[in-house]
Design a binder for this molecule. Structure first.
Ligand SMILES: C[S@@+](CC[C@H](N)C(=O)[O-])C[C@H]1O[C@@H](n2cnc3c(N)ncnc32)[C@H](O)[C@@H]1O
Length: 335
């Protein structure tokens, strides 16, 4: 029996034969086909570094975000095999697609993709090393402590000399970032928290009595009028979507002082390396358009993430070896 048009498409993609690909596509071969190994023609083209074949398949409607059985996309195959040109083609296409169509690749934002309203009404369970919401989903986990310490450093250590000014943290969770912020003795440290049980726990553990701490209870969306302007801001909520974070970004021009530093928990698409890169670029594009300068600090996380960290957790929200800590600086007055 002869091969199907789709199998031939995969063969042409493996060797990067663009003429043959065009012929087969023109005759109606389906570019979104998965072969018996769960690979699409574009994954084959990307794995072989055939950038022109990747373009040809994208133009024919092949999905850039299809996943193999091991959860790898065409972009991941280009990254894994160091094929820069094929990677660039896929990255540019994915950014354009996400800009137009929104959150195709990853519905969720940083921590969790449950409904925020639903989560805020649920009970949470506080453990030694985690806060859990319903359905065995982790709201926050202690393995992130070094990341939170690095975020605190980024938002507190911007200015030269004069001590640390006014800092805002949105989302208290386990208080890891806030503990780290306190070590810099900021002039003022405002914390926004919307979950009543997390808030009660903060109060019970003495956060309300700290001289430089101001706690604002409520959803950040509702308490914006109570907030001032800050030298450093960290954003890390739960159960919100990328769209919610974008909404928060619309208020940065008022919340962040000129030259101030903004950072957020960068868990966007934390279970797929290529999708994660796409979302790092999307946020950077969005904030650079507003005049912010961007820097990502690469932090290895393999060592703090043994498999048993996730015992009892339904959704492993971070699977990558490197955490990209975002540091955005607001334009200075004179910029
Ligand atoms: C991932 S935890 C934050 C972890 C924190 N960065 C730490 O170092 O422990 C997210 C927190 O955001 C809170 N939260 C969720 N939605 C919120 C909202 N809309 N406004 C303010 N806080 C929110 C959650 O209750 C939770 O305490």
């Amino acid at each position: 029996m002869g091969k199907t048009a789709e199998a031939l498409l995969c063969d042409a993609a493996v060797v990067g034969d663009c003429e043959r690909l065009r012929e087969l596509l023109a005759a109606g071969a389906d570019p979104s086909f998965f072969d018996s190994d769960g690979m699409t023609p574009m994954m084959h083209a990307a794995a072989g570094g055939h950038a022109n074949a990747v373009s040809c398949l994208l133009n024919a409607g092949a999905p850039w975000n299809a996943l193999s059985p091991s959860n790898l996309s065409a972009g991941d195959f280009s990254m894994l095999n160091d094929h820069q040109e094929a990677f660039d083609v896929l990255l540019n296409f994915a950014i354009q697609a996400e800009l137009v169509l929104g959150t195709v690749a990853c519905g969720g934002g940083g921590h969790g993709s449950a409904s925020n309203e639903g989560y805020l009404k649920e009970r949470v369970v506080f453990g030694e090393d985690r806060i859990m919401a319903a359905d065995s989903k982790a709201v926050m986990m202690a393995w992130e402590r070094p990341l939170m310490e690095a975020h605190a450093r980024a938002i507190c250590c911007a200015g030269a000399g004069d001590g640390v000014g006014r800092i805002l943290n949105v989302g208290f969770g386990m208080g890891l970032v806030d503990e780290a912020i306190q070590r810099y003795s900021p002039m003022e440290h405002t914390i926004v928290e919307a979950h009543s049980e997390v808030y009660d726990r903060m109060i019970r553990s003495g956060w309300g009595e700290k001289e430089n701490v101001k706690i604002v209870f409520g959803k950040w969306q509702d308490v914006l009028p109570q907030l001032g302007s800050y030298d450093g801001i960290f954003f890390d909520t739960y159960g919100e979507y990328y769209e919610d974070m974008r909404e928060f970004h619309k208020h940065l021009h008022r919340l962040l002082k000129p030259g101030g530093i903004y950072s957020y928990f960068n868990g966007l698409c934390g279970s797929n390396a290529f999708f994660h890169v796409v979302y790092c670029h999307l946020v950077a594009l969005e904030l650079e358009n507003l005049g912010y300068s961007t820097q990502f600090i690469a932090l290895p996380v393999k060592d703090c993430l043994s498999e048993d960290v996730w015992t009892g957790v339904k959704h492993k929200y971070w699977l990558l070896d490197t955490y990209n800590l975002p540091v955005y600086q607001a334009p200075c007055d004179s910029d």
